[in-house]
Design a protein around this ligand. Structure first.
Ligand SMILES: [Zn+2]
Length: 123
């Protein structure tokens, strides 16, 4: 993975721009996945697609890709939200408790809007 973070950034805080690049790249990836016709997902390897399990495999692949598309669409809306927050300068601050979200969480999940405590206590 080409991480070109030559400068560690002021006060140890991760640069929002690096998250922005990651989010944008992820968004492109998801958009391409959503635009790709579901019958071209090619999750079944050619030599495994031969035989009596072919139809079942195809059905499962279809089901999985439908689920993946839903997840991809949901992730894209979170990414759009995160990018908007970067633009607003509020990225990395939990909107519910106003506490900064730890860099470790943003590293693992750049589209996180809420801090871990708020995200895990959805009411
Ligand atoms: Zn919070």
């Amino acid at each position: 993975m080409p991480f070109t973070s030559s400068s560690p950034g002021r006060s140890g805080r991760a640069e929002p721009n690096s998250f922005k690049r990651r989010l944008e790249a992820r968004d492109v990836e998801l958009r391409e996945r959503l635009e790709r016709p579901s019958d071209q997902t090619s999750t079944v390897e050619p030599d495994r697609a031969i035989g009596r399990l072919t139809r079942l495999d195809a059905m499962q692949a279809g089901h999985v890709s439908e689920e993946l598309r839903r997840q991809a669409a949901a992730e894209r809306s979170r990414i759009a939200q995160a990018l908007q927050r970067i633009a607003d300068g509020t990225y990395g601050i939990c909107p519910r408790c106003d506490e900064p979200i730890p860099d470790a969480r943003l590293e693992a999940k750049p589209d996180a809007v809420l801090c871990l405590a708020c995200a895990s206590s959805k009411t």
